[in-house]
Design a protein around this ligand. Structure first.
Ligand SMILES: CC(C)(COP(=O)(O)OP(=O)(O)OC[C@H]1O[C@@H](n2cnc3c(N)ncnc32)[C@H](O)[C@@H]1OP(=O)(O)O)[C@@H](O)C(=O)NCCC(=O)NCCS
Length: 156
């Protein structure tokens, strides 16, 4: 069973492989994921990370979250990824539960999660719903024509 630990700069290549293995992201999205990983190794960035590693300490997934700027206790889940070969074994839930625990420990009130309404994102929506997230809003055609933005929430 994977365990969670802090992000290290040396995790970058393995995390890039994990992100790419999912086939869930366009190239511009992969680049943003990598920018956040690079920023996240600086504790002053405001980006919080947890990394799931296998028995050889090889990263197989991660979550990235942070305080929503100018809010009092709302946190955004920016990214959650489990490498394709590790999916469906409870690791995503472990990552999300860690994020919620951490936000609670920081006296946060809300975790906000944005995702796509595209048919190809049905698995992600099922994941958030199975993990107890509440669908708050749908912004029609937000990302692109035919690609709605869905906003989920965990209220603490
Ligand atoms: C979304 C993601 C993080 C889920 O991680 P995971 O380890 O596969 O999920 P888990 O095994 O922890 O599943 C947790 C729950 O979600 C459900 N779930 C997960 N994938 C599902 C799917 N494809 N269809 C239906 N339900 C699903 C599981 O059945 C489980 O519910 P249960 O515990 O009640 O049985 C992972 O699939 C992933 O990395 N996807 C690609 C990246 C991505 O799109 N990230 C989100 C946008 S940033």
């Amino acid at each position: 069973m994977a365990k969670l630990r802090e992000l290290r700069a040396s995790d970058r290549a393995a995390l890039e492989r994990a992100v790419r293995s999912t086939n869930a992201f366009r190239e511009d999205e992969v680049e943003v994921a990598l920018e956040l990983i690079d920023a996240g190794t600086n504790p002053r960035s405001g980006y919080l990370f947890t990394v799931a590693v296998d028995e050889n300490d090889l990263p197989v997934g991660y979550a990235c979250w942070g305080l929503t700027p100018l809010s009092d206790g709302a946190y955004d889940l920016y990214w959650i990824v489990v490498a394709a070969r590790e999916q469906g074994r409870g690791l995503g839930r472990v990552l999300l539960e860690h994020v919620v625990r951490d936000v609670r420990a920081r006296a946060g009130r809300l975790v906000i999660i944005e995702t796509s309404g595209k048919p190809e994102y049905a698995a992600q929506r099922a994941f958030y719903e199975r993990c107890g997230c509440t669908l708050l809003a749908r912004y029609p055609d937000f990302y692109r024509l035919g690609d709605d933005k869905l906003v989920y929430m965990v209220r603490l």
